[in-house]
Design a protein around this ligand. Structure first.
Ligand code: S3P
Length: 430
């Protein structure tokens, strides 16, 4: 089945089966960008099939790195540190990760280029990119208000010490990628610990990166060497099925070869007290990343408060948690998640809108929601707001609603998880 822009979701009575997911979006972006900079040919298995990572591949291709797709891998021929000036502006599509992290790579390259995105990306904040890269010596221009397109003129960079004002793994990563190519040492200090895939990927490609508490340092001038890697299954994609399973006591699900990096697996810690027991059946390390098989079994769905550092760790999973919140016994409070307002859509507003369409009571705050528990929702017409995680979150909520739900703009799911609709049909027992 190809993804349609509308999907009808029927209620389910259970979630059961075994799931194997395509490669993690965050890790795929990083491996592709570092592969382009490295010496030699990098072979990546289980690379993300999402449109966002395809945007990254197209950009590095336009920057001179040859990308060859074979049946079971993607080969990227690295350029040994110096990329080529692209013939045209770089299209980042819907992908904030592509635009932001690639900026760190481009800041040290000997040419100017422009990066642009779709309507949603054109509204997203880029001052967080401009500030550190300008301090390092690059010239970075945005449109009025600090929005894309970005115009980057590379320069010989100097290392800086930079405290990221918001907890953002993308900002940390772009500073590290620029720091790798700068003169001297670059130190990034983050207010809260965010996903550490860039640190692990840089090490896998042969660079030395040090961490002491929330300070990460990298010495400039290090050369990267190509790797062979398997990209772990995307735990943020698994999140939709973990939450779907949590909706039905007695559900049980096995997730194979999924990324279990502790900076990404906070959802398991939140779902456990909510009633979803999980156990790690196998665990291996590949290139610093943990990959394992996860088994989950659902009990009664209880409520929970998510706030502070936990909200930052769970930023991509909060929409689906909020979407199942009305079905919890005691309700949910989700706060300290103001960053959700500047994602692919204003996710705080989009979740409130769709919960209300399904008849739920919800109080919206600037930084999250309060959702009473024990509610009964009905099928409705859902607006994905063009946002992949909103489309998938409400497909999950629809599984326990009364009547059918129509997800409008369902094809947005292909940004991170093109196989979502087929997988949902396979795992939902009706
Ligand atoms: C990402 C970091 C997060 C996340 C995004 C992917 C990454 O964004 O929401 O989906 O791969 O580093 P921020 O860095 O803006 O928090």
């Amino acid at each position: 089945m190809t993804a349609k822009s509308e999907q009808m979701i029927k209620p389910a009575r259970n979630i059961a089966g075994t799931l194997r997911l395509r490669g993690d979006k965050s890790i795929s972006h990083r491996y592709a960008m570092l592969a382009a900079l490295a010496q030699g040919t990098t072979r990546l298995q289980n690379f993300s099939t999402g449109a966002d990572c395809a945007s990254t591949l197209a950009c590095i291709g336009a920057l001179g790195a040859r990308v060859n797709k074979t049946a079971d891998a993607i080969d990227i021929e690295g350029l040994g540190g110096t990329l080529r000036a692209p013939a045209a502006p770089l299209d980042c599509g819907n992908s904030g990760s592509t635009m932001r992290m690639l900026s760190g790579v481009l800041a040290a390259q000997p040419f100017s280029c422009e990066l642009f995105g779709d309507e949603s990306l054109s509204q997203r904040p880029m001052k967080r990119v401009v500030e550190p890269l300008t301090r390092m010596g690059a010239k970075v221009e945005t449109s009025d208000g600090g929005k894309p397109p970005l115009c980057i003129t590379g320069a010989k960079l100097k290392g800086i010490e930079y405290a990221t004002p918001v907890a953002s793994a993308q900002v940390k990563s772009l500073v590290l990628f620029a720091g790798l190519q700068a003169e001297g040492e670059t130190i990034v200090e983050e207010p809260l610990r965010t996903r550490d895939h860039s640190e692990l990927a840089l090490r896998a490609f042969g660079a030395e990166v040090h961490r002491s508490k929330n300070r990460i340092s990298i010495q400039g001038g290090q050369k990267l060497k190509a790797i062979e890697a398997f990209v772990p299954g995307d735990i943020s994609s698994a999140a939709f099925f973990l939450c779907a399973a949590a909706l039905f006591p007695g559900s049980s699900l096995v997730v194979e070869a999924v990324g279990l990096n502790p900076t990404r697996s906070a959802l398991l810690d939140v779902l456990a007290p909510m009633g979803l027991r999980s156990s790690v059946v196998t665990l291996e390390e590949h290139n610093g990343e943990l990959i394992g098989t996860l088994k989950v079994e659902a009990g009664e769905l209880k409520g929970m408060t998510v706030s502070g550092a936990q909200s930052a760790m769970l930023i991509d999973e909060l929409p689906v948690l909020a979407a199942i919140a009305p079905y919890t016994k005691d309700g949910m409070e989700i706060r300290d998640a103001k960053e959700l307002r500047v994602k692919e859509s204003d996710r705080v507003a989009a979740v409130t809108d769709n919960l209300r369409r399904m008849g739920a009571q919800v109080t919206e705050h600037e930084d999250g929601w309060s959702v009473p528990g024990g509610q009964k929702l009905h099928g409705a017409e859902i607006d994905s707001h063009g946002d992949h995680r909103i489309a998938m979150a409400f497909a999950v909520a629809a599984l326990r609603a009364e009547g059918e739900t129509c997800i409008m703009g369902a094809n947005a799911a292909s940004i991170s998880f093109g196989e979502f609709w087929d997988t949902l049909n396979q795992l939902a027992e009706r």
